[in-house]
Ligand binder design. Structure first.
Ligand SMILES: [Zn+2]
Length: 94
């Protein structure tokens, strides 16, 4: 029970870290108004590179056990993003 909760929190930490890395690498955009990450279809590679350098410097210690786990999380986070902030898109249409 406790272990399951820990695993869930860990998954949330990993997703948040992956989104942060992709955002800092310029792979994802972030809408400050609606707090939504978006991905316009650009290369994901810069996020992997940034993630690897952060991993090497120890900044991701306790979040990811290895680089593979990290790149998988980055890919999943980017893939889960909409092409653009759907709330902004909806406002544009009005
Ligand atoms: Zn928005």
């Amino acid at each position: 029970m406790g272990q399951k909760k820990h695993a869930m929190m860990r998954a949330e930490d990993q997703e948040a870290a992956a989104l942060g890395i992709a955002r800092r690498a310029g792979v994802l955009d972030y809408c400050e108004i609606h707090h939504v990450h978006s991905h316009d279809g650009g290369e994901i590679e810069p996020a992997y590179k940034l993630g690897n350098s952060l991993f090497s410097s120890g900044e991701l210690e306790g979040i990811f056990d290895d680089r593979r786990e990290m790149t998988d999380a980055i890919k999943a986070a980017v893939d889960s993003c909409m092409p653009e902030c759907y709330s902004c898109e909806r406002l544009d249409d009005d």
